[in-house]
Write a protein that binds this ligand. Structure first.
Ligand SMILES: Nc1ncnc2c1ncn2[C@@H]1O[C@H](COP(=O)(O)OP(=O)(O)OP(=O)(O)O)[C@@H](O)[C@H]1O
Length: 576
């Protein structure tokens, strides 16, 4: 709870108000029990009906106040919990998206999704149950205990004897549930991963006749999950029953001693009714408290998994937007702004000046990945002049993509510098640097949106005419026009309803529209047949010729369209 407290920044006074409202409700039920005891002694036992109306009126008024206070407390504490969750979800997603590529790969995709969904949901228990229900249960138990004590201290003491035992029992069950919850959360993450993997590779799994094995893999994880859930369920049920039995024993002891005292004439029926009433109100709170120890302990298993992601180091962030400490990051309230304007387009913000032409100077650059000592690039020195169309060739694993990562500043070199027009790219903000570049990757990232929105992805303010012009330039307008909804056709599942060549041409249209002075093409024709490659190459060349372009490829024929070739080998890059 201490760990996630910063996300509750600015919410504490609301929590205090909700707790106060709940206490008002507790106060009203104390009054109603006292009123009822009064009715028993002065109306029922004395047989005086005229004394009934005044207490009944108080009872009704107090109950209404209690109901209103309880409603207010529930709504306010619910709002606080949901807002806290909203902020946490936003922070977690922002952090995940900034993870350095090598750190990101430490988490399986499905597991990461599970941490963002189920695990974040569980943390709600820490906020709503942990803070509000915890304070309320302790406070209410104390108030009812005090009322019981004032009513009849000797009988009340009898009822309190077993309270410490309940605490010990709940701690023990808490530990059992936490172990099970950890297993359950991990299994849940692995199930998500297996399912994500299975759905993504469904065709290969079926084609390789591995359907049964794949299904058994998911089933194995599901069984681990089920066993953990059953352990949790058994522990929770055993805890609840233990508490009920202990409470019953206390109540029976109080009733027996109370009946004996009434028979001896030292206590009234009304007093015993009031006392059992207070105890009847108090025990559920003690039970809740014990249950909270168990459920909050179980929620910490999820909290640990979320904290693990938040603790993972992020990649390079903007110098203009310095990295926030986690407390600051969690405390920020921009998630609330996003809540109000979910479509608020941050890309509209100015990236700073963007040069109309770029020459690249890679100056004695050496680089090793953070989790490795091996230099992937070793003292590389090269210049790509403005307007050059360069092919970057090299064996698989030689370091071509690594050079692209360095230009995009996913990493910084361990030695040397990369300059755009003599400016060290480290002195530019990431937003400004990346505004100079368009990247066409091997597999174009297509989103579940219309074709038009996919084309304008890198430039959300582009008009329909500009989108159409870009589609035409990329030789995509023809096939788009044949689709029933044209540019408004919705792409589903990463563009699965388009062929590889069509996807690539949408990527090209996106690059045309972005119209940046530097273009990086990462094996844009991989997986395409000769005819389709030709179809893609023509618009690609048009795009490449009007700016500085680096074309990463394995294919000599594709490389031949470039002005010249750079070859990456053994950590060095040579012009050919
Ligand atoms: N996160 C990482 N940590 C450690 N080493 C890495 C990491 N990513 C890549 N490498 C290593 O760096 C080297 C260069 O990788 P890179 O992806 O740049 O090669 P590439 O030339 O683009 O290969 P391909 O043509 O197959 O895409 C490889 O030997 C690879 O194993």
């Amino acid at each position: 709870m201490r760990r996630f407290a910063p996300v509750m920044h600015g919410q504490r006074w609301k929590l205090a108000v909700s707790v106060l409202l709940f206490f008002i409700e507790v106060g009203t039920s104390v009054v109603t029990v006292a009123v009822f005891a009064d009715i028993v002694d002065n109306v029922l036992v004395a047989g005086d009906l005229s004394a009934l109306w005044w207490p009944l009126g108080i009872w009704a008024a107090v109950s209404l106040v209690g109901a209103a206070a309880s409603y207010g407390g529930t709504v306010i504490s619910g709002l606080v919990a949901e807002r806290t969750l909203l902020r946490l979800r936003d922070r977690l997603y922002a952090h995940t998206q900034q993870l350095a590529p090598h750190t990101r790969r430490q988490f399986e995709t499905g597991d990461l999704i599970a941490r963002h969904s189920g695990d974040v949901d569980e943390i709600e228990h820490l906020v709503s149950s942990g803070v509000v229900a915890g304070t309320l249960a302790i406070g209410s138990a104390v108030i009812y205990a005090a009322a019981a004590f004032v009513t009849r201290w000797d009988l009340a003491l009898l009822a309190f004897v077993l309270a410490p035992l309940l605490w010990v029992v709940s701690r023990w069950f808490g530990r059992v549930v936490k172990t099970a919850a950890r297993r359950e959360r991990k299994a849940n993450g692995r199930i998500s991963s297996r399912i994500q993997e299975g759905i993504t590779h469904a065709i290969s799994i079926q084609a390789d006749n591995q359907g049964e094995r794949d299904r058994r893999k998911v089933l194995r994880e599901s069984r681990i999950w089920r066993n953990a859930r059953v352990s949790e369920l058994k522990a929770n049920a055993a805890f609840s029953e233990t508490v009920t039995v202990v409470e019953m024993l206390c109540m029976m002891a109080v009733l027996a001693v109370g009946a004996w005292q009434i028979a001896r004439g030292v206590a009234s029926v009304g007093t015993l009714i009031a006392l059992t009433g207070y105890l009847g109100y108090m025990y559920p709170h003690i039970q809740t408290l014990g249950g909270l120890v168990v459920s909050v302990t179980s929620a910490t298993a999820s909290a640990e998994r979320v904290a693990e992601v938040l603790d993972a180091p992020i990649g390079i962030t903007d110098t203009a937007e310095p990295e926030l400490s986690e407390a600051e990051a969690l405390a920020g309230s921009d998630a609330d702004a996003a809540d109000v304007h979910p479509e608020a387009d941050v890309d509209e913000r100015s990236a700073g000046p963007v040069a109309s032409a770029v020459f690249v100077h890679v100056e004695r650059v050496s680089f090793a990945y953070p989790d490795s000592d091996r230099l992937v690039l070793d003292d590389v020195d090269l210049t790509i002049e403005s307007g050059d169309f360069v092919a970057l060739l090299g064996a698989s694993g030689s370091g071509k993509s690594t050079l692209m990562y360095l230009m995009l500043r996913f990493y910084d070199p361990v030695a040397g510098a990369i300059r755009f027009n003599d400016t060290d790219i480290r002195s530019m903000s990431l937003r400004q640097l990346r505004a100079h570049m368009a990247v066409l990757p091997q597999r174009v990232a297509l989103f579940n949106a219309s074709i038009a929105d996919n084309i304008r992805y890198g430039r959300p303010d582009a008009t329909d005419e500009q989108v159409l012009a870009a589609a035409t330039a990329a030789d995509a307008a023809g096939f788009i026009g044949e689709l029933p909804d044209g540019l408004d056709t919705q792409l589903r599942d990463g563009g699965a309803n388009l062929s590889g060549g069509q996807q690539q041409r949408i990527g090209l249209a996106r690059a045309f529209l972005r119209d940046t002075p530097l273009l990086i093409l990462d094996e844009p024709t991989t997986g395409l047949d000769d005819a389709t490659t030709q179809r893609v190459m023509a618009p690609l060349e048009r795009l490449a010729r009007s700016r500085t372009t680096v074309l990463i490829t394995h294919d000599d024929k594709v490389a031949a369209v470039a002005d010249y070739t750079l070859t990456v080998r053994d950590g060095t890059i040579r012009r050919r």
